[in-house]
Design a protein around this ligand. Structure first.
Ligand code: FAD
Length: 341
């Protein structure tokens, strides 16, 4: 029997808008679980431009994607949200008691009073390298993300790529691997300089190998990888490995959101601008995933949308109850929730 997590709200997507929704819902005592496919919070800010400055966040004249994410997490902290990373919400349906059931590809089941879809441009999905026959090894020997590090303990690991994911996982997996090789097209990395330095130190200490080239084929049996064939700058060679992790970046696809009966319009979820509710009462959509007349795909729009969404979510959870409008500067009850009074 599967374990069911019962909660007030499930937020689908931990991008900037999903993260700010935790805060706005929290002020109204609505408890949240947050799910994201990525292995970290921040959505596009974390995945596409962590080091780039953003100049149009109100009152923060300059802030990088990763710093904005960090600040939003900090702001949400008093409300003790529970995060579930590396999980894609695949199913969403209404139950007979009016609650919603959500299921993830990692086997988590939620029952929630309200659902907030903050899925941005949709689900991030790995770009696959063009290697013939790679499908046969996926899930057994070829992995595009690491769900459980333990599954890779003691294996001969080949990591392919030159960005942050490739370097981060090289450093994380090296201590538990039997052997580890990092393969990249050229001796030049797009990853954080500190990670590159640490990787080069491990190579110098003989604890892992760095090779240059591109994988052209795979050899193995029944989905169990034995070696990868590589075309290098001066000749071809093989790398023995029984686990391969290609990190070739991610693309955004709408993904499962399309299957939840939300009256999509050009792959976006239409909402009304008073409540940011979808065509299904109790399901809201905020941030880049929604559409309405005049919509601007800006982070600041999503923040406003989160505030109005939370008001209506409250009324959905507590029908007929009055909601007192309060300022955080002057309400001692809000300050108590924030842990500052
Ligand atoms: P996202 O940031 O897209 O996050 C959505 C999250 O939902 C993702 O992490 C995704 O994995 C997750 N998700 C989707 N489907 C599922 C599912 N089924 N299950 C689980 N998780 C799911 N905006 C500005 O305001 N100012 C700027 O200067 C600016 N610069 C930008 C520069 C670049 C290069 C890019 C690409 C965008 C920029 N933007 C800027 C736009 C801004 O990043 C987006 O408006 C913002 O990220 C939208 O936030 P979000 O929370 O709606 O969605």
């Amino acid at each position: 029997s599967e374990e069911v997590i019962s909660t007030d709200a499930v937020i689908v997507g931990a991008g900037p808008c999903g993260l700010f929704a935790i805060f706005e819902l929290g002020l109204l005592d609505i408890k949240c679980h947050v799910v994201d496919i990525l292995d970290r919070p921040g959505g596009q800010c974390a995945e596409l431009y962590p080091e780039k400055p953003i100049y149009d966040i109100p009152a923060l004249p300059i802030v990088t994607g990763s710093e904005l994410t960090h600040r939003l997490l900090e702001q949400a902290k008093p409300f003790k949200p529970e995060y579930h990373f590396n999980q894609m919400v695949t199913e969403l349906r209404k139950l007979e008691d009016g609650k919603f059931e959500l299921k993830t590809d990692g086997g988590i089941v939620f029952h929630a009073k309200v659902v907030v879809i903050a899925a941005g441009g949709g689900s991030f999905q790995p770009k696959k390298p063009p290697i013939p026959g790679i499908d046969a090894y996926e899930g057994q020997s070829v992995f595009y993300s690491v769900k459980k590090m333990e599954a890779l303990r003691g294996r001969d690991i080949l990591i392919v790529g030159g960005g942050d994911s490739a370097l981060d996982w090289t450093l994380n997996l090296q201590p538990i691997a039997n052997s580890l090789t990092l393969l990249h097209r050229r001796d030049d990395f797009r990853a954080a300089p500190d990670s590159v330095k640490k990787m080069r130190e491990l190579v110098a200490a003989g604890k892992m190998q760095l090779k240059l080239g591109q994988v052209t084929g795979l050899t193995g049996d029944n989905g169990v990888l034995a070696s990868a064939q590589v075309k290098g700058t001066d000749g071809n060679f093989d790398i023995a490995a029984n686990a391969m992790l290609p990190f070739f970046g991610l693309t955004m696809k709408l993904g499962p959101v399309a299957e939840w009966g939300l009256n999509l319009h050009e792959n976006l979820v239409p909402v009304d601008t008073a409540k940011f509710e979808t065509s299904t009462q109790g399901i809201f959509a905020i941030g880049d995933i929604n559409t309405y007349p005049g919509k601007l795909k800006l982070i600041l729009s999503g923040f406003h949308e989160a505030a109005l969404m939370a008001q209506e979510a409250f009324h959905h959870i507590h029908p007929g109850e009055r909601l007192l409008f309060q300022y955080t500067t002057s309400s001692s009850s809000l300050q108590k929730k924030l842990g500052v009074a």
